[in-house]
Design a protein around this ligand. Structure first.
Ligand SMILES: [Zn+2]
Length: 351
């Protein structure tokens, strides 16, 4: 927080001497940043946002089950499943079925789809990518399976023991950093990492199937979700790309939207994220100068206001550059770029 001391000092000195050009509170309606208006005539109307790119729309799979879900066997025995907002996978082996995550939005349909795809095969393993209930709160649908091995990182198990989350199964097998197991002759590699959740994430790798699963990272074909997948660790998020790309994989399951990722999607998302970071860093040397201009403009009456204006200046200039460079390459860049720039701005202030 190296700039805040400067802000306070400047504001305190200035408030005694300089008259304020600010209008009185309530003189006009304030339009908060990042607000999308439902009023079609408003400058921030939802109508100003671009639709998904045709290239992205062409990749969206079809609902191909009576349950409204899409299910496909992407490699022999390995099934991808999506409700078009969330994604998970399951592996059918001679020994039993391994389930990777259970979003609650799938609900009871999840078991039905597995039974449809692998009739009569028992479900023996359930592996959590991370603790969050939006990806694993559907665990309840598997809770009555006797002898089910529920695997999670120790840190997730500890966190769930302290704060149980609705519908998330209690792990009965844990590991600290990595775990290799074989189910029905199929190797499964688990490795902890820190790119999203505040305790730990798990990277799931099936080497024979060239399948990698790292949840809440990228959104294939689209700009990442708000604040880089709502990450609690930006440095870990940025470092994640090299970690993912160090694996041998073709399929990349990232947990969101309906499109299953490929290696190229991870490379594109990496290039996008680093472009956002580099853009904020290129603007950063002008931060104090911009702040000086804003505190002049606001009459030295409110250092916090001038500071926020400066953060918004940098964020908005970054977002304009990013949208310009990326809007033809990824969908919904115009919707999320400001949040990505803001995430880096906040990070730059604190580090
Ligand atoms: Zn999550």
């Amino acid at each position: 927080m190296r700039y805040l001391t400067t802000v306070s000092a400047m504001a305190c000195v200035a408030v005694l001497t300089i008259p304020s050009p600010l209008t009185a509170a309530g003189d006009h309606a304030h339009n908060p940043a990042n607000t999308i208006s439902t009023d079609v005539g408003h400058p921030d109307s939802f109508r100003h946002f671009a639709p998904e790119l045709p290239a992205m729309q062409a990749r969206i799979p079809e609902a191909n089950t009576e349950f409204g879900l899409h299910v496909s066997e992407i490699e022999p025995g390995l099934f991808f499943i999506t409700d078009f907002i969330y994604q998970s996978a399951f592996l059918v082996t001679d020994e039993g079925v391994v389930v990777f995550d259970a979003p609650p939005s799938f609900g009871d349909r999840h078991r039905a789809v597995i039974e449809m795809s692998a009739p009569g095969v028992p479900i023996t393993h359930f592996i959590l990518s991370h603790k969050h209930a939006d990806h694993n709160g559907g665990g309840y649908a598997f809770g009555d399976i006797e002898g089910l091995t529920v695997i999670a990182a120790q840190a997730s198990a500890d966190s769930l023991a302290a704060n149980p989350l609705r519908g998330v199964l209690k792990p009965n097998q844990t590991f600290d950093e990595s775990l290799s197991l074989t189910v029905g002759g199929v190797p499964i590699e688990l490795q902890t990492a820190n790119f999203h959740a505040n305790d730990t994430d798990v990277i799931i790798h099936l080497p024979q199937q060239k399948f990698l699963m790292a949840i809440d990272t990228i959104t294939p074909g689209e700009a990442p979700f708000m604040n880089f997948g709502a990450t609690s660790n930006l440095e870990g998020y940025m470092a994640g790309f090299d970690t993912f790309l160090s694996y041998d994989f073709e399929h990349f399951l990232s947990g969101h939207v309906s499109v299953l990722g490929k290696r190229q999607d991870v490379e594109t998302a990496r290039d996008y994220a680093f472009d956002v970071r580099d853009t904020v860093y290129s603007l950063w040397p002008s931060f104090l100068e911009r702040f000086g201009a804003n505190i002049d403009l606001t009459g030295y009456q409110n250092g916090n206001l001038a500071y926020r204006m400066t953060m918004e200046d940098v964020r908005d200039e970054c977002a304009a550059q990013i949208i310009d460079r990326w809007e033809d390459k990824l969908s919904v860049v115009d919707l999320w770029a400001d949040s990505h720039c803001e995430t880096v701005v906040l990070h730059a202030i604190m580090h």
